[in-house]
Design a binder for this molecule. Structure first.
Ligand code: ISE
Length: 344
């Protein structure tokens, strides 16, 4: 059996998924590409040897030519396309975040709840990253004792243009918002947003930002986001436990990215990737492989973020944006169930 996959969106992530599929994912064939910009769709299709191109994603979904869909369009367009996939009964891998607003995410989950079986997976690929998996496994051994705090740091070279301070939370920090409870095993119940001294290199948003997130079991997560950090793509994480700490290796991407450490001129230097693709290359491949395998078997990949996990992440992000808008107030995070009832 071959899963005929279609990709909607030909930006950074649509292209990355297309190239990964073209290089070969067991059980899958990339058969169609859609983008409102016909020239971009054509160009990517030519690069990866695909013949069928659509300029309308919903047409692709309804064409009968694809068995499963990857959505990699800008965040505000996710909801409509995910809903079209659910209506068509197609497994869908939607890039993170599921949706930037709680209302959209709730609408999607309500629709998914009416289906016989869930079809939605969200591309929180850090759950497939070897370094996060290793830290999670180590924490579970209990060797370092109970987890008390975590510290994360997430830096991009340059901010996407045209986005405001809330995008740092809903588009970037949403990774930590998903992965930290997955890692630490307790949901986030209370949040606070703080600003660093704003960088003079960017006007559109406050950068850096510091997010404090309290989990139900009392663990405190600190997350520093700097999306216009200039020097490189850098993700760090440390788990502070009662008897020791568990830390992500400082440059885990070196092997993956064919990088090396150079010693010369009285200095020792390691390269940083320019963005997340080299850093999380193994994670993206593992995520795709797991999604294809599960889709062929009629289920969802066990480790991936489900629709509900992703609604939860959107609710936490929304609470952080509320804290931002209220000048750093402490904000309680409502439960998924209460939000689902409220939005009824
Ligand atoms: C981007 O959209 C991603 O998902 C990257 O993984 C993240 O590091 C970056 O901050 C986001 O803007």
């Amino acid at each position: 059996d071959t899963l005929r996959v279609g990709i909607i969106g030909t930006g950074v992530m649509g292209s990355d998924h297309a190239h990964n599929l073209a290089r070969g994912v067991r059980g899958a064939a990339l058969v169609a590409i859609a983008d409102a910009a016909a020239d971009r769709a054509q160009a990517l299709a030519a690069e990866v040897g695909v013949e069928t191109v659509f300029t309308d994603g919903t047409q692709m979904i309804d064409s009968g030519q694809v068995d499963a869909v990857i959505i990699a369009v800008p965040d505000p367009f996710h909801a409509t396309l995910v809903e079209a996939c659910l209506d068509a009964g197609l497994p869908v891998l939607c890039e993170k975040p599921l949706a930037p607003t709680v209302a959209e995410a709730v609408r999607i989950i309500k629709k998914e709840d009416t289906l016989d079986h869930p079809l939605l997976t969200v591309g929180f690929m850090r759950r497939f990253d070897p370094s996060y998996l290793a830290m999670r496994a180590r924490l579970a051994t209990g060797s370092e004792g109970a987890l008390l705090m975590t510290h994360s740091c997430h830096r991009n070279v340059e901010a996407y243009p045209g986005q405001d301070s809330s995008a740092t939370v809903t588009n970037s920090a949403v990774h930590e918002i998903d992965v930290l409870p997955w890692l630490a095993g307790s949901p986030i119940t209370e949040v606070q947003w703080l600003s660093g001294r704003p960088s003079s290199l960017i006007d559109e948003r406050i950068d850096p930002q510091l997010l404090l997130m309290r989990a139900a079991d009392g663990v405190l997560h600190t997350v520093e986001l700097q999306v216009h950090a200039q020097y490189g793509y850098d993700v760090r994480c440390e788990l502070v436990c009662e008897r020791g700490s568990i830390e992500m290796p400082s440059v885990p991407s070196l092997v993956e990215a064919d990088e090396y450490v150079v010693s010369a001129n009285l200095a020792r230097q390691a390269a940083y990737p320019a963005d997340w693709r080299p850093r999380f290359a193994a994670a993206y491949r593992a995520e795709l492989a797991a999604w294809v395998e599960a889709s062929l078997a009629g289920g969802l990949p066990a480790e991936a973020a489900t629709g509900r996990d992703s609604l939860r992440a959107t609710i936490v992000a929304d609470a952080l944006v509320r804290s931002m808008n209220e000048g750093g107030a402490l904000v309680q995070v409502p439960s998924v169930e209460s939000v689902m009832t409220e939005e009824a």
